[in-house]
Design a protein around this ligand. Structure first.
Ligand code: ADP
Length: 420
């Protein structure tokens, strides 16, 4: 079968001509294969008679033909299309690369005209390669006359073009995804190098200064320098922990050890830790009484809270910060609210993506865009939801929920024993 843009031989009626041009247009303009196939076959039905049509395509992995599409358009349309109709005709056309006609007897159990089945199998060519078979079936005879076969070949060629369009669209999407990945990797390397270099630069600078033997540092200055070195080492460690967590979360290797936990106690511990880290923060707690216990990995949920609080400290300095915990029946809802600058709406949908940072902030406040991504992954693993309600100029409320009766999938001990 060659590639006819119009069917070989003269077109007999105006209807045929119209349908042929309409099919060619659909193929040129449609990128949604399923809709394209529906339309092409509906148009084909106006120029030759068939009851069912089915498409079988080669599976890339196994090389076997698999049903990909089926539709009952003709007299059999009251029945559901069966994906396996005409499979032998499709296989033969696929194997031989030729148009084939098969007549089947469905057996005495099938009553009426559906017992005799004529299948027209056509090889499916995509990008010059035979990738499957297209089958038109007629029930109850007569068989397909030669002029219908040539119209069917024309339709098959155009279905091949539709599939080619899909293949190209898929290829373009893959290439774009690869390009985007390469771009993100480059961006990642430059962000991370910058983030690692900054604390390292401080550490090196202050240690070198302290080691100078031509200066006698007084004890206060010495302690102040050492405190900076200590803080920057913490930052470095936190950054490396975040990077490791994020790559483990991405590959599903971060283990969770869940136990029944009282969230109120966990929130109080976290708030004590936050107050000693940021003594100037005006931090309040509003915790409902008698919250039911939740089945959680308390280290990981503390990590989520720590992250939200450290963000409130970074992005909403000097603002009052409130942690709320509410019983919502099947869920506990935990919120961290601040009265900081808030987040413009267009950035909200991306905040929990890996490495996403709101552009304006990135220049002035240090960060990697990993914190909220890690929070989302941890909350997801607990079967909860995380989100933010933010009002630019007024503040943000980050929240997450934890199911009250939930037994999360605990990772295998092999995963849990992974070295730190
Ligand atoms: P990082 O703080 O390292 O940039 P996060 O993933 O924790 O990464 O946060 C992503 C972005 O969300 C931040 O860069 C910041 O722009 C924004 N953000 C997070 N918390 C707040 C907040 N409380 N107020 C305003 N913006 C915030």
């Amino acid at each position: 079968m060659t590639g006819p843009l119009v069917p070989p031989g003269p077109l007999t009626t105006g209807t045929e001509l119209n349908a042929v041009y309409a099919i060619a247009r659909v193929v040129a303009e449609t990128y949604d294969t399923e809709t394209g196939l529906d339309t092409v076959f509906r148009l084909a039905r106006t120029i030759f008679i068939f009851d069912i049509v089915s498409l079988f395509l080669q599976d890339d992995q196994t090389g076997e033909l698999e049903p990909a599409y089926a539709s009952a358009l003709g007299r059999g349309r009251s029945r559901e299309a069966e994906l396996t109709w005409g499979e032998p005709a499709a296989s033969e056309a696929y194997r031989t690369g030729q148009t084939v006609l098969r007549q089947e007897d469905a057996g005495p159990s099938v009553k009426g005209r559906e017992r005799r089945r004529d299948y027209l199998g056509l090889p499916m060519l995509v990008g010059g390669r035979c990738v499957g078979g297209l089958v038109f079936g007629r029930f109850g005879g007569p068989s397909f006359p030669p002029e219908h076969i040539r119209l069917a070949e024309f339709v098959a060629w155009h279905v091949g073009q539709l599939l080619e369009n899909r293949r190209m669209a898929h290829r373009i999407a893959t290439l774009e995804a690869q390009r985007e990945l390469a771009r993100l990797q480059d961006e990642f390397i430059s962000t991370i190098s910058h983030e690692l270099r900054t604390p390292l630069g401080f550490i090196k600078g202050y240690v070198t200064t302290l080691m100078r033997d031509d200066v006698d540092w007084n004890p206060e200055t010495r302690i102040e320098f050492l405190r900076i070195v200590d803080d920057e080492s913490d930052r470095l460690r936190e950054l490396i922990d975040n990077l490791l967590d994020s790559s483990r979360l991405e590959s599903g290797r971060l283990g969770m050890t869940c136990e029944p936990t009282r969230i109120a106690a966990l929130i109080r511990d976290t708030s004590e830790r936050t107050k000693s880290a940021y003594p100037e923060m005006d931090l309040r707690l509003e915790i409902d009484d008698n919250l039911p216990p939740v089945e959680i990995d308390s280290t990981r949920i503390s990590q989520v809270l720590d992250n939200l609080l450290s963000n409130a400290h970074k992005y909403a300095p000097e603002s009052k910060v409130v942690i709320r915990a509410k019983d919502e029946g099947n869920y506990l809802r935990i919120e961290v609210s601040d009265h900081g600058p808030g987040i413009p709406g267009e950035h909200v949908p991306h905040l929990f993506e890996r490495f996403y940072r709101v552009p304006g902030n990135s220049n002035t406040i240090r960060g990697t865009g990993l914190g909220l991504y890690i929070c989302r992954k941890i909350v997801d693993a607990h079967g909860g939801e995380i989100g933010v309600n933010s009002n630019p100029g007024k503040g943000s409320t980050f929240y997450f929920t934890l199911p009250v009766t939930f037994a999360p999938t605990i990772q295998t001990s092999e995963n849990n024993n992974e070295p730190e």
